[in-house]
Design a binder for this molecule. Sequence first.
Ligand code: IPM
Ligand code: MG
Length: 356
Amino acid sequence: MNQYEIAIIGGDGIGPEVTHEAMRVADAAADIFGFGMRKTEYPYGSQHFIDTGEMLPDAAFEEIKQHAAIYLGAIGDPRLEAGKVEYGIIAKCRFDLDLYINLRPVKLLHESLCPLKGKGPADVDMLIVRENTEGAYTGMHGFAHKGQANEVSTQTMVYTRVGVERAVRYAFEAARARNKKKTVTLIDKANAVRAHDLWTRVFAEVATEYPDISTEHAYIDAACMWMIKNPEWFDVAVTPNLFGDIISDLGAMVQGGMGIAASGNIHPGRVSLFEPIHGSAPKYAGKGVASPVAAILASGMMFGYLGELEAEKAIETAVSNLLCSGRMKGVGTGMHPTSEVGDMVVAELKALTVNS
Ligand code: IPM
Ligand code: MG
């Protein structure tokens, strides 16, 4: 029996409660599909930092690295300076584990979830491949003459040929593996951010190795417009870090909201991190009203990454069945108690396997 070591960081706000439901579903899936998980929970996050002054200690990080995968609930707390825990935990994992792909599927499971008029599941099925270690997030920033009238603030977008190429290549491989429209769209802003010319050139070079995959290009502003007007236009999109961050929230809304969007921070073949795209939503924390669906789907992505494809598929099917049959009213906050959604997905998973 395969046994996977999973590090769990529930994190901030609604993070721990949605993680709890996601892990109940994950346990049920492991049971059904005959594999095991050894879970280690870590207390890191804003509250832990406030209580102890400890962010993500080196010794713990060394231990976390030894796992097959990391599952994260959510990070962020308005009581701390902006960016503190984001850079201390999530960016640290992304950078220090070199999780160079942020994979964000935008898939509409049921028409009722889509805010766009006349669009259904056939129109919304794309994969955003966000470069995850470079660009504006590299952290090279500074201030001069702070607080003075002549203050200067800079932050450098950093792109390396290696970094761009591995993201672009991943996107082409994903388009091939999906075997849908077999198209990769490069989303950049090379007309204004001339550093993106590196993306233009590398994309063209890599494309020559994939004659079976078509290429498209859109500037980020136009891509936002197309995602609303003609989401069916997209299959796989590859984009620099900051644009990927922004457009994946847009994508989340198109597929039904932050309550349903999941992601994987991936270094193929190495320990990778899975999380819902939504944040910690402090105002709903502890109320048991947040939808854990995004967190549940993130656990499915984790299983897919670990090679448990049947478990991934079953989790998605269970959620989809519940939404399509109307048993789950939606993924909005307060539509169902958090734990009820966990109960429903676990029951549906079991029913699915009995019927198959
Ligand atoms: C995301 C989040 C993070 C990001 C924040 C929490 C730093 O918005 O994963 O999309 O900007 O990458
Ligand atoms: Mg974001």
